[in-house]
Design a protein around this ligand. Structure first.
Ligand code: NAP
Length: 282
C-alpha cells in the first residue's frame, strides 16, 4: 500500500513558515503585496480569487483585487497592468484566467513585469527556467517538486514520465524534473502506446484533466504517482486523473485528490510573492 503524500498538511506547514517570514519582513519595513486582476465573472475564478485572498490574509500579505467588467478592452487591461508594474507597493501581479475571448491572454501575461510575475508565465521566467536560472516558477509544478523534496523522494537518475504538456503544468514540471537530473519523458494526446511509457516511470505525473485516466496496469510496482488533475464526477465530487483506489495498491507514494497537489499551489504562490518582495528591496 502506498504512502499518502498529504499536500493539505504540507501546505499548512509551509504557510506557517511563510507567515514567520512575512513577520520578519514587516519588522524590516517590507510589506509584501499581491494584486489580482479578474476580467468578467467566471464563477470558478471568483472562488479561486477568494481562496487566494484568504491565504494572503492568513500569512499577512496585503491583497488588492481588480474586478474588471466583461467588456473591458485590451487597452484598459494592459493599461491597468502597466500601472501595477509601476506601483512600488505591489510585488506580485496575477491575472486570473480565463479572461473573455476578445482579449489575448498571452499578450496580457507578456505585459506583466517579469519581476512581478508570481505565476511564472512570462517568457523571461519560462526561458530562465529552461536554462536553469533562478526565476519565478509556475506554482503547481513548484508545489509538486516541494512535495517530492519533503517526502525525501529521490529524483536524480530516475525515470520521470509527465502526462500533459500544458504551459502551466506539464512543460514547466518536466523542465523542473530535468533540472533535478531525472530522465524525463513527456506524453500528450498524440502519444501512442502510452501505457508502455508510463509503466517505465519511477515517478509518474498525471496532469491531463481526464478522470481516472491512469489505471493500475499503467503503473510500475513501487512507482511514485503524483495526481495533478482536478475533475468533477457526476455527483460533483472532485476526482483526479488517477484511479486512486487501485493505483494506491501498487505505488510507493501517491497524492490524493482533493488534499494533494491542490493546496500546494496557493502555498507556492505565496512563496513567490514573498520572493518578489525580497527581490524588490535587494
Ligand atoms: P490542459 O491545458 O488542458 O492540458 C492537458 C494536457 O494533457 C495537454 O497537453 C494534452 O495534450 C494532454 N492530454 C489530454 N488528453 C490526453 C490523453 N488522452 N492522453 C495523453 N495526454 C492527454 O490542462 P492543464 O491546465 O495542464 O491541467 C491539467 C489538469 O490539472 C486539469 O485537471 C486541471 O484542472 C489540473 N490542474 C490542477 C492544478 C492544481 O492546483 N492542482 C493547477 C492547474 C491545473 P495535447 O497537448 O496534445 O492537447
Amino acid at each position: 500500500m502506498a504512502e499518502i503524500i498529504n499536500g493539505k498538511e504540507l501546505a499548512k506547514k509551509i504557510r506557517l513558515e511563510l507567515k514567520e517570514e512575512v513577520d520578519e519582513l514587516k519588522n524590516n519595513g517590507i510589506q509584501p503585496k499581491l494584486s489580482v486582476i479578474m476580467v468578467g465573472n467566471d464563477k470558478a475564478s471568483e472562488i479561486y480569487v477568494h481562496n487566494k485572498s484568504k491565504v494572503c490574509n492568513e500569512i499577512g500579505i496585503d491583497f488588492e483585487e481588480f474586478l474588471l467588467p466583461e467588456e473591458t478592452t485590451k487597452e484598459e487591461l494592459i493599461g491597468l497592468i502597466e500601472n501595477l508594474n509601476q506601483r512600488k507597493d505591489i510585488n506580485g501581479i496575477l491575472l486570473q484566467s480565463p479572461i473573455p475571448k476578445h482579449l489575448d491572454i498571452r499578450e496580457a501575461f507578456n505585459s506583466i513585469d517579469y519581476r512581478k510575475d508570481v505565476d511564472g508565465f512570462h517568457p523571461i521566467n519560462v526561458g530562465k527556467l529552461a536554462i536553469g536560472e533562478e526565476s519565478f516558477v509556475s506554482c503547481t509544478p513548484a508545489g509538486v517538486m516541494e512535495m517530492l523534496k519533503e517526502y525525501g523522494i529521490e529524483i536524480q537518475g530516475k525515470r520521470a514520465v509527465v502526462i500533459g504538456r500544458s504551459n502551466i503544468v506539464g512543460k514547466p514540471l518536466s523542465q523542473l524534473l530535468l533540472n533535478a537530473n531525472a530522465t524525463v519523458t513527456v506524453c500528450h494526446s498524440k502519444t501512442q502506446n502510452i501505457e508502455q511509457i508510463t509503466k517505465e516511470a519511477d515517478i509518474l505525473i498525471a496532469a491531463l484533466g481526464k478522470p481516472k485516466f491512469v489505471t493500475a496496469n499503467m503503473v510500475k510496482n513501487g512507482a511514485v504517482v503524483i495526481d495533478v488533475g482536478i475533475n468533477r464526477n457526476d455527483e460533483g465530487k472532485l476526482i483526479g486523473d488517477v484511479d486512486f483506489e487501485n493505483v494506491e495498491k501498487i505505488a510507493s507514494y501517491i497524492t490524493p485528490v482533493p488534499g494533494g497537489v491542490g493546496p500546494m499551489t496557493i502555498a507556492m504562490l505565496m512563496k513567490n510573492v514573498i520572493k518578489a518582495a525580497k527581490n524588490s528591496r535587494a
